[in-house]
Design a binder for this molecule. Structure first.
Ligand code: G6P
Length: 608
């Protein structure tokens, strides 16, 4: 949600900033801007639209600057217009600020500043920061930023430059991630590592309430209360290849096709066949503590919340532990009851979603053991939880989550297996699960080969306006996720329902214009789902079924069947979601949508 990049070094800054912005565009892409220091002062260029629009604006211009900041925006306060794009400047045009987050008390700050004569040119909350820093600036930019931030309520990741301090970027963080990249004779600041990995793999993650002064030679970090901080430099293991499209037209398609590998990575080194159990050292819990768990709360947003719903079935089934799943945005406002033995898992691909962070903090405050399941190494959730499990899916760039979802399910399966084997799950069952898990990557690979058939189905339905997705049991969340994928990227209205609930409302919508995707694998509710399909057919609905390989009976009943290899019912979501991801992808492409950057969405929502 909004991308920040800053560069100070000996190379021309503009191409580096533009390239960084493009890599961050998945975070927000409704407007973009840049501020660089040239001989005549700070040059500010910004416009509504994607980074390519900014690039066009700068084309043919000759910039000398080796120092600057840039931003790609996802609007919160003020429409995505040229004026509202970042950077924002003070009255004297000496100071430029880019900001990610929300300044909650900006109205009162703006009023005070306006009364002092400051002139505002945008509708954004961010602009108050530029004027506030101007108000306190007396030659020391770090001090001015520090004092300004002490007046601010809300969240921020900011980068600030000042005409009088050439070659210093001041960065600060509270709630919105920022990372410093350490280069040789150059240093960078960014919202995340993807913007800087071309230049360095040495990074320092800023913590909340920290301010950094970044220059060409180095950087120093202190807290907002002026306590010096020793930077902890970490090495990023991602490569540039991993964040490029590798021949696929879209990141989303690349990421769908990576799933055989990412699922393998999620379980690599974590299975012990002899004992029929998994090994998850990152949980940081002793045997007694794991044994002591008597209740689990899973909290997350979006696709990660759907993974949590699947986790609920898995934990209850394998480990017989009572589980609650809660939207992170609701959890913190609910007075959650945390007792001895309650463990809270916060699930997040990015590890930075504001609502999930707030839920994490609430759970920590209430004294729960809080564990993270996330993808981005070094993210806030990874750092602030008691322990956790990385899903190791590699960078996910497409806004609609795909490979992170399946890897989250994989990790939840491993956690359920571990806790199950410490309770009543038999060795035999544990080994059966491991055997089935090992086949999953290959089975996903075989499903991906169905791509052209799924594209044909998409061609038949892409002009429809509504879709219904039905599933039962552990595949009900898969129906929700299938519907979410479709609406996110194709803007077709789609709803997911437990199949049996259809008769309590959605059935009223069914006619020949309502395609219904039904997950109807051979599980213990198969016959009942067939009855639901009959109900749809009786009302002329069109049915696309996800069914078990070899099931010919269903083929006679429905309009299209997508066959899924056999696996354990508990692992079936890992396979059933694959064709639904592909179906959503093809429909969106046929509708000419920008699959990787759907309108109004952002990959990482760092505002509440
Ligand atoms: C945004 C993204 C979704 C994602 C959700 C939670 O809404 O567009 O794809 O599922 O945030 O993100 P997280 O990083 O916490 O999993």
């Amino acid at each position: 949600m909004c991308g920040i990049v800053g560069y100070v070094g000996d190379k021309p800054a503009v191409p580096i900033l533009l390239e960084g912005l493009k890599r961050l565009e998945y975070r927000g892409y409704d407007s973009a801007g840049i501020a660089v220091l040239e001989d005549q002062g700070i040059i500010l260029e910004k416009c509504a639209g994607k980074v390519s629009a900014l690039e066009n604006l700068l084309k043919g211009r000759n910039f000398q600057s080796t120092f600057g900041i840039a931003h790609t925006r996802w609007a919160t306060h003020g429409e995505p217009t040229d004026l509202n794009a970042h950077p924002h400047m003070d009255c004297k045009k000496n100071i430029a600020v880019v900001h990610n987050g929300i300044i909650e008390n900006y109205r009162s700050l703006r009023e005070v500043l306006a009364n002092k004569g400051h002139i505002f040119t945008s509708d954004t909350d961010t602009e108050v920061l530029a004027h506030l820093i101007e108000e306190y600036y007396e030659g020391d930019l770090v001090e001015a930023v520090r004092t300004a931030l002490s007046q601010v309520e809300g969240t921020y990741g900011i980068a600030v430059v000042c005409k009088d301090n050439p070659e210093e970027i001041v960065a600060a963080r509270h709630g919105s991630p920022l990372v410093i990249g350490r280069g040789q004779g150059e240093n960078l600041v960014a919202s995340d590592c993807s913007a800087i990995i071309r230049h360095t793999n040495q990074v320092v993650y800023l913590e909340d309430h920290e301010i950094a002064s970044v220059t060409r030679e180095g950087f120093s970090i202190s807290t907002i209360d002026k306590v010096e901080v020793t930077p902890h430099v970490q090495e990023i293991s991602w490569t540039l290849d991993q964040i490029e499209k590798g021949g696929f037209p879209y990141f989303m398609l690349k990421e769908i096709h990576e799933q055989p590998l990412t699922l393998q990575n999620a379980m690599r080194g974590r299975l012990n066949y002899d004992e029929g159990i998994s090994r998850l050292n990152g949980l940081n819990l002793q045997y007694e503590e794991l044994h002591h768990i008597n209740r689990v709360i899973l909290t997350a947003c979006g696709t990660s919340w759907h993974a949590a719903l699947i986790g609920e079935y898995l934990l209850e089934d394998f480990a017989s532990i009572p589980v609650e799943v809660e939207y992170a945005s609701e959890f913190r406002y609910r007075s959650p009851i945390i007792q001895d033995g309650t463990v809270v898992f916060v699930i997040s691909q990015s590890g930075e979603t504001a609502d999930t962070l707030a839920a994490m903090k609430e759970a920590i405050r209430k004294g729960a053991t809080v564990l993270g399941i996330c993808n981005v190494v070094g993210s806030t959730i990874a750092r602030e939880t008691d322990g956790g499990v990385y899903i190791h899916a590699g960078p996910e760039i497409g806004v609609a989550s795909t490979k992170a979802f399946t890897s989250q399910i994989m990790v939840l399966t491993l956690i359920s297996l571990l806790l199950g084997r410490m309770r009543n799950l038999s060795l035999e069952k544990g080994r059966e699960v491991i055997d089935a898990l090992k086949k999953i990557p290959e089975q996903v690979e075989s499903l991906l080969k169905n791509d052209s058939y799924i594209k044909e189905i998409a061609r038949e339905y892409y002009k429809k306006n509504n879709f219904l997705y039905l599933g039962r049991g552990i595949n009900y969340p898969v129906a929700l996720e299938g519907a979410l994928k479709l609406k996110e990227i194709s803007y077709i209205h789609a709803e997911g329902y437990p199949a049996a609930e259809m008769k309590h409302g959605p059935i009223a919508l069914i006619d020949e214009n309502m395609p219904v995707v039904v997950i109807a694998i051979k599980d213990n509710v198969y016959e009942k789902v067939l009855s639901n399909i009959e109900e749809v057919k009786a009302r002329n609905g069109r049915v696309i079924a996800i069914a078990t390989e070899g099931d010919e009976e269903i083929a006679r009943l429905v309009n299209h069947v997508i066959y899924i290899p056999r696996t354990l019912e508990q692992l079936s979501p890992l396979l059933n979601i694959i064709p639904l991801q592909l179906l959503a992808y093809h429909m969106a492409v046929l509708r000419d949508c920008n699959v990787d950057q759907p309108r109004n969405l952002a990959k990482s929502v760092t505002v509440e």
